[in-house]
Design a protein around this ligand. Structure first.
Ligand SMILES: [Zn+2]
Length: 129
């Protein structure tokens, strides 16, 4: 058995990995087999930047049953410091204060728990920083 901390770090590293094209330098996330920019196949893994800023956001007030307990919540398009744009939930934020340009930091949290199987899905979310 691996120590839980090591296992968690491994999982987090896996979730925040994209691939960078060695031909054109484009960063692809999530990982792809071919570069989305130039179609090149020489790709190396890189870890996403931890910090970024909100480009735009939407408040979600209706969702699938397994996400209902999180309502309402904010989904934002975030530009990371490495230039990669991703969509993710913003948590631990006063929803009156959330705004474009807000600096945020990536954290790892439970995304959902499957009620029938008790399956826990992890992923990244963002908090203000
Ligand atoms: Zn490329």
């Amino acid at each position: 058995m691996e120590p839980p901390k090591l296992w968690r770090e491994k999982r987090e590293r896996y979730l925040a990995i994209g691939v960078q094209c060695t031909e054109c330098g484009h960063k692809n996330f999530p990982s792809t087999q071919l570069c989305l920019n130039c179609g090149g196949s020489k790709l190396t893994e890189y870890k996403l930047a931890e910090f970024g800023e909100i480009i735009s956001f939407t408040m979600i007030t209706q969702t699938a049953p397994e996400m209902e307990k999180y309502l309402p919540y904010a989904i934002a398009l975030i530009k990371l410091d490495d230039g990669v744009k991703i969509t993710a939930q913003v948590i631990d934020v006063d929803y009156d204060k959330i705004k474009e340009g807000m600096k945020v930091r990536m954290v790892f949290r439970i995304l959902s728990i499957d009620g029938n199987e008790g399956l826990i899905r992890y992923g990244f979310k963002f908090i203000p920083c």
